[in-house]
Design a binder for this molecule. Structure first.
Ligand SMILES: Nc1ncnc2c1ncn2[C@@H]1O[C@H](COP(=O)(O)OP(=O)(O)OP(=O)(O)O)[C@@H](O)[C@H]1O
Length: 625
């Protein structure tokens, strides 16, 4: 698919392929074919290629002449793009070999599949969105991220890029690299360049004028070191994390202000530098370098300049061009370089590094627990606040309110650490779509509904038992969920009279017994004419040979009476007028209605969950193809 998109794209780069205006995609008819091709499933591409030649020109002509159709298609493509871009994107980067101690390369890569050899007969397979082999250049990494990241920003959604992996595996190299040389520049600097082009209208002319005039861009850079927040743009000053609610309506002397339900995490005391949109690349680039130089680094076994903290650089873009200034006004770009993920202090050279390792482990394991809680639905509680890192990046890093891009870097010579990173990345990739985060929510709702249904069932069954055992009428009716849902009848006071000269039925001893006992039964069916009783069938009120019915023959009813004292149930036939309905206690009806409502709600939610799980599985399969 990628190859075909490339082929379709020809000389046009992806950034030139689309233009955007306030988050909406504008079709460039010259590249219509590649836009459509990039959203087709792999299997459809050959067919599309065949018909493409012939239909391409006519479609372009049609779109050029029909503005309404063009508008409609723009809208549809824009929606499709928003849905297809995953909430989280996971790529693996293999560090070039620095073979030592005779260690063997434990990884084999086949397109998006990576196989790790654990022993002579043991291998594990993983699939990811992208696998960057050892010889991948910095610009190649960016070229894979550029499309989805820039699309995210064009839609004005928050974007979070972060690198995860063991110490020395290349996280900082991938995220920041060396900005002084073109070939070594990391993703962050390339993203800045593209963001600069976007805001200056070099690549996306349709948004430039408004944005250049009104957009306010601010930059902050912090590090989380030993669970404390340090401002990297202000001599590592200590800052504090707090949850704040937005003021929706101001209060007065008599009225408290109305605050938003959702809490926003803010870092109190953090420096936010304002930059000129025209100078974004240079200014923010230099602040990135300045902040990175203040980061807490140390010498570990595998990295002489190992990052001992999590670094979080944030670009805040305030668009200021919407009438409603409060909502959707700010887009945030988070660039995160995490500290090494190895086991606490594994490669530490002193006690301070052991302490740092314990804190790094705490935050990364909390992130792991947050991901597990979100993706597998282990209870409603998501432990965001258990570490400063997860609290700070709550919504962004889990793809909840942002698109998250994770690059997990591995050193193929370190088998155990590589396996743990790949497993972590795999668990993380389960957050890939809205569907995956919807599943735990649905499961939680289902559990609540199940509790409600069981409570209603218990109350109903208890009252049935209570009424059945304490009935003054000598237990003539056994109330249960089944009987309450059926029509319960007994023989009416003068019921026998309706049998006289009846063409189909005659009164039997069994009828007499049920009438004397006043026993209730369940009306199983009614019909105009029952089948005649066969010789081998027991007496049940039907005649062996029916007489011809008169003109006004009544409806016939088959009633089943529950067996008592170990005897089987008894079936008897009646003219319907010989029966009277037995109504249950009103409270029983009420409880049955409550139970039935709870049961229906549970079943509907279960069906919704099943459909979501199925859709998610299909979506994952599609992504793997
Ligand atoms: N893909 C790569 N190509 C070339 N050099 C690399 C690559 N990945 C890492 N390196 C080099 O390896 C060294 C360690 O990399 P880096 O500092 O990025 O690791 P890290 O994962 O950030 O480690 P830590 O967690 O300890 O900070 C650096 O000198 C870096 O230039």
């Amino acid at each position: 698919m990628e190859g075909w998109s490339e082929a379709c794209r020809g000389s046009a780069s992806e950034e030139r392929m689309v233009e955007a205006s306030k988050g909406r995609w504008i079709l460039n008819s010259g590249n219509l074919a590649c836009q459509i091709a990039s959203w087709l499933p792999l299997v459809r591409l050959p067919a599309f290629r065949r018909c493409n030649q012939s239909c391409y020109r006519s479609v372009v002509a049609l779109l050029a002449s029909d503005a309404a159709l063009r508008e409609e298609l723009e809208e549809a493509l824009s929606t499709a793009l928003a849905q297809v871009d995953k909430r989280v994107w996971v790529g693996i980067r293999l560090r070039p070999h620095d073979r030592h101690d005779g260690a063997e390369n434990c990884l084999q890569v086949d397109r998006r599949q990576i196989v790790q050899t654990l022993g002579p007969a043991s291998r594990v397979n993983f699939f990811f969105d992208e696998i960057f082999k050892e010889d991948t250049r910095q610009e190649d990494v960016w070229s894979r991220l550029q499309g989805p990241m820039m699309r995210t920003l064009l839609r004005r959604e928050h974007c979070c890029l972060f690198a995860y992996g063991q110490t020395g595996s290349g996280k900082t190299h991938t995220v920041f690299g060396d900005p002084s040389t073109e070939s070594s520049k990391g993703v962050a600097f390339r993203l800045l360049e593209n963001l600069g082009k976007l805001l200056n209208g070099d690549t996306y002319p349709s948004i430039s004028e408004e944005v250049q005039e009104k957009a306010v861009i601010e930059f902050s850079f912090l590090e989380v070191y030993n669970e404390k927040i340090h401002d990297l743009l202000s001599n590592s000053k200590l800052c504090t994390l707090a949850g704040e609610r937005e003021e929706l309506e101001p209060g007065s002397a008599y009225k408290a202000p109305i605050l938003s339900a959702e809490e926003r995490v803010v870092v109190r005391g953090l420096t936010r530098r304002r930059c000129d949109p025209g100078q974004l690349t240079q200014q923010v680039g230099s602040w990135l370098v300045e902040g990175a130089a203040s980061r807490m680094v140390g010498k570990t076994v595998f990295n002489p300049r190992s990052s001992r903290s999590h670094a979080v650089a944030t670009i805040h873009i305030c668009w200021n061009d919407m009438p409603d200034q409060k909502k959707g006004n700010e887009t945030r770009v988070y660039i995160v370089d995490l500290a090494g993920s190895e086991r606490s202090g594994q490669y530490a050279t002193n006690t301070e590094q052991l302490r740092e390792g314990a804190h790094i482990n705490l935050s990364l394991s909390t992130l792991g627990r947050v991901v597990t809680a979100l993706s597998r639905g282990h209870g409603d509680h998501v432990p965001h606040r258990d570490s400063a890192l997860t609290w700070l990046l709550t919504d962004a890093i889990t793809g909840h309110q942002a698109r998250a891009f994770m690059i997990a870097s591995v050193n193929p010579l370190h088998s155990a650490e590589t396996l743990s990173t790949l497993r972590y990345a795999q668990a993380y990739s389960s957050l890939q779509s809205d569907l995956s985060t919807k599943i735990p929510r649905l499961k939680a709702m289902l559990r609540t509904l199940q509790r409600q249904m069981e409570k209603a069932r218990y109350e109903l069954d208890s009252l049935c038992l209570d009424i059945n055992t304490n009935s003054r009428s000598g237990r003539t009716t056994e109330w249960s969920r089944d009987t309450l849902r059926s029509r319960v009848v007994r023989i009416a006071r003068r019921g026998q009279e309706h049998f006289q000269n009846h063409p189909f039925f005659k009164w039997t001893d069994a009828h007499e017994m049920k009438a004397v006992l006043g026993q209730a039964g369940i009306l199983e069916e009614t019909c105009a004419r029952p089948p005649e009783r066969e010789a081998e069938e027991p007496e049940d009120g039907r005649r062996r040979q029916f007489r011809e019915p008169g003109s006004a023959s009544s409806t016939c009813a088959r009633v089943i009476f529950a067996g008592r004292h170990g005897y089987p149930p008894v079936q008897l036939w009646f003219p319907e007028e010989a029966l009277e309905d037995v109504t249950p206690h009103p409270r029983l009806r009420e409880l049955l209605t409550t139970f039935e409502k709870a049961e229906i709600a549970f079943q509907q939610k279960q069906a919704q969950l099943d459909a979501t799980v199925k859709a998610f599985a299909a979506q994952q399969q599609q992504w793997m193809d």
